[in-house]
Design a protein around this ligand. Sequence first.
Ligand code: PLP
Length: 451
Amino acid sequence: DANSAWAKDRAHVLHPYTDFSSFKDEGSQVITGAEGMYVTDSDGNRLLDAIAGLWCVNIGHGRREMADAISDQVMKMQYYNPFGHSTNEPAAELGAWLATHAPGDLNHVYYTTGGSTANDAAIRLVHYYFTMKGQHQKKKIISRNSAYHGATYVAAELTGIHATKMSFDKVGEHFINHVSAANMYAKPDDMSEDAYCDFLVQEFEDRIEQLGPDNVAAFIAEPVMGAGGVLVAPKGYHRRMWEVCKRHDMLYIADEVVTAFGRLGHWFASEEVFDYQPDILVAAKGITSGYIPLGATLISDEIYEVISRPQCEGGVFSMGLTYFGHPVACRAALTNIEIIQREGLLGHARNMGKHFQETATGLCDLEHVGDVRGHGLMLAVDLMADKTTKTPFPVTAQAGANVFRTCAELGVIVRPVGDRIVLSPPLVIEKAESNQIYSVLRQAISGLSAG
Ligand code: PLP
């Protein structure tokens, strides 16, 4: 029916990460409802959302309290020009909350429209900071292979996943460098965790030497790599990388777009879980639980002090976003935070995270499960044709896509990233739902053949 939402979508809407050549022929799914841990599609299927939308719906779907707060703010004051000297109450309140709860002295915030724009803001702030300090050549940024930092041009180049770069010019090639991902599954089997950590830190040091410490401005990393495969770094890795940054007068940017706001059981993971204090912290997604888009780039007192010196050659910080500090988005964030606090969702996520990780290890006995790893309510399962030799499935076997489809037929939405299944359920998950996710996943993976 040409009038259906599906037909209009296929005719007119361009979706991310979609093969447009086969797009029109794919099966239809219109999501029409969402409540708690579940979404409903237009065929009336009720599906358990094991990925929280896209790592973001931390408080669960369809909260009346969020709708009320959003509607109240729209009627009170829905938008006004945020440049220069005007502000709004929710943006100011949220700024104060972030300053109190973020690690160390990250007391100042630049608001954006999501994670990509917040990472762009982080890089611009780094460049602005060193320019204001007169260190004009200190511009290079070191990122990691397999990292995901977003979809705007600079954020996509910080990203270390090849598929995000195909057919695009490399505008940031002259200042963005990549080092290895901290990937415990890919490390040589005979190398200890400590030796692997030494190797990664040494590689980082060598790269800085090679580029010249006077040229290298910052390192950016997710506390736990998300889209790159829920890669949990070896013990002590972040702290040691941070120490290297400090030695070379470099800034450490923690991309906490996924890990903040409870996914690892804390407001922020860098300090509370991994024991380092970033100079810049980037948040989005869970900050509003995805009810309204919002991103936030937090900076330290030291950076703030430098960029608020009387202007000289730095000019003003010229990144101007119409929706900076959007009152409705900031109000949504404040209400989201209130819910997380009142319902004790950080503690709940810590407890459920343990259960979630423990239950997952049960999948390891399956023939085609090469690795299961994660932290808190983030988890990945690597599918392998032959796990003893770590041989992947041929691309044509579509192992990840097949597991995704079977899970959906059995009522659970997981996320395939190639042949890796990623999970990140809402923080409100209970044991019964966690058990259901793994029993469905077990069934779907058991149905794979070596291809
Ligand atoms: N950084 C990380 C770690 C992410 O996972 C994402 C999105 O998945 C982004 C940045 C980009 O955020 P957005 O899609 O809101 O622009």
